[in-house]
Design a protein around this ligand. Structure first.
Ligand SMILES: Cc1ncc(COP(=O)(O)O)c(C=O)c1O
Length: 356
C-alpha cells in the first residue's frame, strides 16, 4: 500500500465507492442508465453577486419549494442533491461505531455507501417476495432489545423495483418507531406519481423525513439540488451539521426558476410525456419473448427481467444504448433498468429488442 493510503480511515481503505452512471462510463448516443430526463430548459443567471457567499438557505428557493410541497418554510432544507440529504441525516442522527441504519434491499445504493463512509453499521430487512416493504420486519429491527437502528431508509418509488409504500402501514410503522428511529421516505421520483406522496404525514409525525430532488422530473441533475422535508425540530438538527454554504447562488437561481409557476407547468408536461412513453414501452415489452417480467411502472424508469439479460445488454451496447445492469444484484438476476427517455429513444430501445 502507498505511504498515504494507510493514513486514510480503515473504513475508507476498505470502501468500494458507489459506481455512479458517469463513473461506469460507456460509449453510446442514447443514455438511459441514470434516470435523467431527456430534455433541458433555459434559465437566466444574474452574476452581479458572485463575489458574495450565498445565503445558508436561500429564502426564495425555500419559499418556492415549501409552497410546491405544501409545507411551512421551517420544514424544508435544501442540499446538494438528495444524496447530500442522505449523508447529513446519517451524520446528524447516527453515532459512528454504535448506531445503525436499516435498509430494505434491493434498493438505492447510496444509503449503505453513506453509512459506510460515516462508520455507521448497516442492517437489512429485505423487501418481501413482491418487493414491498416488510413493515413487521422493519418494526422488529427498530424495537429489538438492545437495537441501535436510528434511521430506516424506505424508497418510493423504489429504485430499481418501482414499488410504493402503503400509507396505512407506514403510519403504523411511524407510531411503532416513534422516539426511537427516523423513517426516511426517499421520494426522488415522486413527481411521476405525485398522488402517492407521504408529505401530508409530516404534520403528524415528527419521525418522518422525506427526501426529494430536482434531478429527475425537473430535468436538473447537473445542478445538484435536493430537499429534505420534516418537522422543524428535525430540520434544526440537520442545519447544525450541513455545510455553511450548501447551495451555490447560481444553483439557487436556477432551482427557483424551475419551481416558478411556469417551471412547474413545464415539469408537469414533461412528466405526462414521459409517463406516456413509459406506458407504451411497457405495453410493447410485455409482448416480447425475450422479456420475462416488467416491474411496476412508477418512476421514470422500468426494471425488466429478461430471459438472458447479458445478451440483451450486449445488443444495447452494440447499438450505442447505455442501460443500467442489475443482473449481479441479489434477487435481480437477468434484470436491466431502462430510463424512460424521448419517444425516439424508446423506439431505438424497442428496435434493438425486436432484432434479438
Ligand atoms: C432513489 C434515489 N434517491 C436519491 C437519488 C440522488 O438524487 P440526487 O441527484 O438529488 O443526489 C437518486 C439518484 O438516482 C435516487 O435514485
Amino acid at each position: 500500500m502507498s505511504d498515504i493510503k494507510h493514513l486514510a480511515r480503515e473504513t475508507v481503505q476498505a470502501l468500494t465507492p458507489y459506481l455512479s452512471a458517469r463513473r461506469i462510463g460507456g460509449t453510446g448516443e442514447v443514455w438511459l442508465n441514470a434516470n435523467e430526463s431527456p430534455d433541458c430548459n433555459e434559465y437566466q443567471l444574474d452574476s452581479s453577486n458572485l463575489n458574495r457567499y450565498p445565503e445558508f438557505q436561500p429564502p426564495a428557493l425555500i419559499n418556492a419549494y415549501a409552497q410546491y410541497a405544501g409545507l411551512d418554510n421551517s420544514q424544508v432544507l435544501t442540499t446538494r442533491g438528495a444524496d447530500e440529504s442522505i449523508e447529513i441525516l446519517i451524520r446528524t442522527f447516527c453515532e459512528p461505531g454504535t448506531d445503525s441504519i436499516l435498509i430494505c434491499p434491493p434498493t438505492y445504493g447510496m444509503y449503505a455507501i453513506s453509512a459506510e463512509t460515516c462508520g455507521v453499521e448497516i442492517e437489512e430487512a429485505a423487501l418481501d417476495s413482491n418487493f414491498n416493504v416488510d413493515y413487521q420486519a422493519v418494526s422488529r429491527a427498530v424495537n429489538r432489545e438492545g437495537g441501535r437502528v436510528k434511521i430506516v431508509f424506505l424508497c418510493a418509488p423504489n429504485n430499481p423495483t418501482g414499488n410504493m409504500l402503503d400509507k396505512q402501514k407506514l403510519v403504523e410503522l411511524l407510531e411503532a418507531t416513534k422516539g426511537k428511529a427516523l423513517i426516511v421516505a426517499d421520494e426522488a421520483y415522486i413527481e411521476f406519481c405525485p398522488e402517492l406522496t407521504q408529505a401530508d404525514l409530516i404534520a403528524l409525525h415528527e419521525n418522518l423525513v422525506i427526501t426529494r430532488t430536482l434531478s429527475k422530473a425537473f430535468a436538473l441533475a447537473s445542478i445538484r439540488c435536493g430537499f429534505t422535508l420534516a418537522q422543524a425540530s428535525v430540520i434544526e438538527m440537520l442545519s447544525k451539521v450541513i455545510a455553511p454554504y450548501p447551495v451555490p447562488d447560481p444553483i439557487a437561481q436556477i432551482a427557483t426558476q424551475a419551481l416558478s409557476a411556469e417551471g412547474l407547468k413545464i415539469m408537469r408536461e414533461r412528466v405526462t410525456i414521459l409517463n406516456n412513453n413509459r406506458a407504451l414501452l411497457k405495453e410493447q415489452m410485455q409482448q416480447l419473448p425475450c422479456v420475462k417480467e416488467v416491474f411496476p411502472a412508477t418512476g421514470n424508469y422500468l426494471l425488466v427481467r429478461f430471459e438472458d439479460s447479458a445478451k440483451v445488454f450486449q445488443a444495447f451496447a452494440e447499438d450505442g444504448i447505455i442501460m443500467r445492469d442489475f443482473a449481479n444484484k441479489p434477487r435481480l438476476e437477468n434484470c436491466i433498468r431502462i430510463t424512460i427517455g424521448s419517444k425516439a429513444e424508446m423506439e431505438s430501445t424497442l428496435t434493438t429488442l425486436n432484432s434479438l
